[in-house]
Design a protein around this ligand. Structure first.
Ligand code: OFO
Length: 187
């Protein structure tokens, strides 16, 4: 017969497969944050201050995604592992390439989130499944944003005036994301 103590232990200890999948996701969010930080720094050094602000904000958002996971794992009886991350690139071929890489990276992150959701279903962990839905919708938004930006850049091509306006739009978009992000973190 299962004792009360055993039942309690089962409830307060995180399933090991879930813990490992979430720690893997923590690593991905952390490396996303570093990757976008590297893009921000490159943009800043190339006179694209609006794009730099957008990337700095995006990097902070990824850090927030990582923190949210760390807290969830620890609060649910698991042990969150703060990962080491590989050094991201210093140079990028072009602004268009930066956003292509960003989109490629987001697609990989989406795949990874889907596999965490899959593990939740296999392990019948419906509360972690519920928690992960926030990430599922966030990824949809981020992919759409990256695709939209890339489309704009492809339209602009090599037009310097267009690029100037693009960079200004990115600054406005960073300011809007900052405002929304502050509200999100308070919620
Ligand atoms: Fe964390 O959402 Fe992008 O990577």
């Amino acid at each position: 017969m299962v004792t009360l103590r055993e039942t309690e232990q089962k409830i307060t200890t995180m399933n090991k497969r879930i813990e490992s999948a979430l720690n893997d996701q923590i690593q991905k969010e952390s490396s996303s944050s570093q990757y976008y930080l590297a893009m921000a720094s490159w943009a800043e050094n190339n006179g694209l201050n609006g794009t730099a602000k957008f990337m700095y904000t995006h990097s902070d958002e990824e850090r927030f995604h990582m923190l949210k996971l760390i807290k969830f794992v620890n609060e649910r009886g698991g042990v969150a592992i703060v990962p080491s991350v590989p050094q991201p690139p210093v140079e990028f071929d072009s602004l268009e390439r930066v956003f292509e890489l960003l989109l490629e990276h987001e697609l990989l992150v989406t795949e990874s989130i889907n596999s965490v959701v899959d593990v939740c279903l296999q392990e019948k962990d419906y509360s972690t499944h519920n928690f992960m839905q926030w990430y599922v919708s966030e990824q949809l938004e981020e992919e759409a944003l990256a695709r939209g930006v890339l489309d704009k850049l492809r339209l602009i091509g090599g037009d310097k005036g267009g690029l100037y306006l693009f960079d200004r739009d990115m600054e406005a978009s960073a300011a809007a994301a900052n405002k929304a992000g502050t509200a999100d973190k308070k919620a």
